[in-house]
Design a protein around this ligand. Structure first.
Ligand code: ADP
Ligand code: ADP
Ligand code: MG
Length: 536
């Protein structure tokens, strides 16, 4: 148990988690034995306040309270605003809740799952954005978020990344005092993530902005202060006091919060300073030839020849619409190239970027029919446990949330018998903890089975922890793209980041990568020396 419960732990918590003593009373509890939330984040004008923590820990509940749609009950049967005001009197939240109660506080929110937008709205992008545009910033948002070429398209025809940018624009266009963005990065490439982050920072110059974000490189550059959220998913959650962004991410990665004296994870999430050395003697499993392909009169992909090595993970990076999925589908034999013969005679297991749980089938049955190893302790130890699938086995595919479906899809991909494993954006909808566990699972899988895994992702922390080598895509999105040959991480990261004109430094304490401020001394130095990433 975790030590807070006198009797047997109702949540089967295996980690040492303690509640700070002063938090004896929850801020809110759903029903008698329901989920309990302790503490609240504090929105502040002129600041981006981040919330960092796993899913199911009460972040949305906190935001419902801050938006006035849920009255906190302090663990009692029913809450009322008088009690709330009394409770917070003399604190920063008093003024905030007073404005909520008097109806003076207006809130604008971007939902977590943008895939739902087409179900709630029909019409063109322009209609949606014009309707949301209370601040009269339509043109500005369209330009900043690069929405020009989808402005007259039907919302129902937009890709995930397009929906995400439309949702960010709609939220930012409203006239409000408090803006809440629940994850901005899903489906966006790194360039779009940084763009969106800068837009939100501008918004925060005059407004109070709060974000939940699981891409740590983005949270790091976006937020001014961060509340760490910890606890037991579905059991209880604690929101800490705000900490500086660098400190909070470092504490989170180390798994220990000194001010609270709480260990949130048995071990730290660690980064290597030096790129992995690719050993010459690693066996090459497969050479693929150069090839090219054209979609009618549309997009043109050129791929340089390359090879895949035994037991390695190849990170694949590049902007959206540059041909990454197309490349992967050619290797998988799904599409024929125009030039070049792809006769690899290999079996490919593929996890697509967009996953749908449309068959009414239990997770247990779904995975069990893919692999006969499902019931082995090896499978459960290597796949089931690290991907936190045990609680999902009896659920139906159709009832799973985005993050739950993602973990099942990763498991399904790794469960198939194949020579090459391709995972397209496995980090989407996963929280930081799950990303780190998914990274370990994929890496161990490749090592243990001596197969090759290719992972397309935009989360730099994930690519950094996961990959031995990289394939960098370059070109003009939607027009043409080149898939370069696999390179070392050192060459690959430099190439990728110089295309983006972004440099990273290493945090002195944890070695995690941090985006340099454009034009800062380090940024200029690194650009001059051509070391965009591995720089100490
Ligand atoms: P997060 O945003 O961190 O993922 P949420 O605040 O959405 O977490 O949910 C925290 C917990 O509260 C979850 O276990 C969820 O099932 C539970 N919960 C959320 N809303 C309700 C509700 N209306 N009634 C009962 N339980 C709820
Ligand atoms: P990425 O995975 O890098 O985002 P894709 O390979 O999915 O890129 O797409 C590259 C370009 O090719 C995009 O402009 C996309 O709209 C276009 N495209 C993808 N599939 C098809 C297709 N079947 N027919 C025509 N165009 C396509
Ligand atoms: Mg949530």
């Amino acid at each position: 148990g975790c030590g807070i419960c006198i009797n047997r732990c109702p949540f089967d918590a295996i980690m040492i988690i303690g509640l700070p003593e002063e938090l004896d009373k929850p801020t809110h509890r759903y029903g008698q034995n329901g989920f309990a939330l302790y503490g609240l984040p504090i929105p502040q004008k002129g600041r981006v306040t981040g919330i960092l923590g796993p899913n199911g820990i009460g972040k949305s509940t906190a935001v419902k309270i801050l938006s006035g749609s849920l009255i906190p009950n302090f663990g009692e049967e029913k809450g009322d605003w008088d009690t709330v005001l009394e409770y917070y009197s003399g604190t920063a939240l008093y003024d905030y809740f007073r404005d909520i109660v008097s109806g003076k506080m207006k809130i604008s929110q971007k939902p977590q799952y943008v895939d739902m937008i087409p179900k709630a709205f029909s019409g063109k992008t322009r209609d949606l954005l014009k309707k949301a545009d209370e601040r009269g910033v339509f043109d500005y948002l369209v330009e900043k978020l690069d929405l020009g070429n989808i402005i007259d398209r039907d919302i129902s025809n937009l890709s995930g990344g397009e929906l995400q940018r439309v949702a960010i624009a709609a939220c930012a266009g409203k006239e409000a005092d408090f803006y809440f963005f629940d994850e901005i990065s899903s489906y966006l490439d790194i360039y779009q993530r940084i763009n969106s982050a800068r837009l939100i920072q501008e918004l925060a110059e005059e407004k109070a902005v709060m974000v939940v974000e699981h891409d740590l490189a983005i949270l790091d550059m976006l937020a001014d202060v961060v509340h760490v959220a910890y606890g037991v998913s579905g059991g209880y959650g604690v929101i800490t006091y705000p900490k500086g962004v660098r400190i909070s991410i470092n504490q989170y990665l180390k798994g220990y919060l000194p001010e609270e004296n709480v260990r949130i994870r048995p071990e730290a999430i660690e980064f290597e300073v030096h790129p992995p050395k690719i050993e010459k003697e690693i066996h090459t499993v497969l050479d693929y030839p150069s090839f090219s392909l054209k979609y009618g009169k549309g997009f043109h992909l050129k791929a340089e020849a390359g090879n895949l090595k035994e037991g390695e993970v190849l990170g694949i990076v590049g902007p959206n619409g540059i041909g990454k999925s197309t490349f992967v589908r050619v290797l998988a034999g799904e599409i024929e190239p125009e030039e070049g013969e792809i006769d690899l005679d290999i079996k490919v297991s593929y996890k697509p970027q967009y996953i749908v749980g449309d068959s009414p089938m239990q997770v247990r049955y779904f995975l069990g029919q893919i692999t006969d190893k499902f019931n082995t302790s090896y499978y459960q130890a290597e796949i089931g446990k690290p991907l936190q699938l045990e609680k999902l086995y009896d659920r139906m595919l159709t009832d799973l949330s985005g993050g739950e479906l993602q973990r099942v899809a990763i498991a399904a991909c790794l469960s198939r018998d194949a020579d090459l494993y391709l995972l397209d954006e496995p980090s989407a909808h996963l929280d930081v903890e799950q990303r780190s566990m998914a990274t370990k699972t994929i890496k161990r899988f490749a090592e243990n089975t001596k197969k090759t895994a290719m992972v397309v992702d935009h989360d730099i922390y994930m690519i950094d922890m996961l990959s031995e080598r990289m394939i960098v895509f370059e070109g003009t999105p939607a027009v043409n793209g080149t898939a370069n040959s696999p390179t070392t991480m050192h060459q690959g990261m430099n190439r990728f980041l110089s295309n983006l004109n972004i440099t990273f430094r290493r945090d002195e304490d944890t070695s995690r990568p941090r985006v340099n401020k454009p034009g800062s001394r380090l940024d200029r130095e690194q650009k001059e020396s051509g070391e965009f990433y591995y720089y100490r």
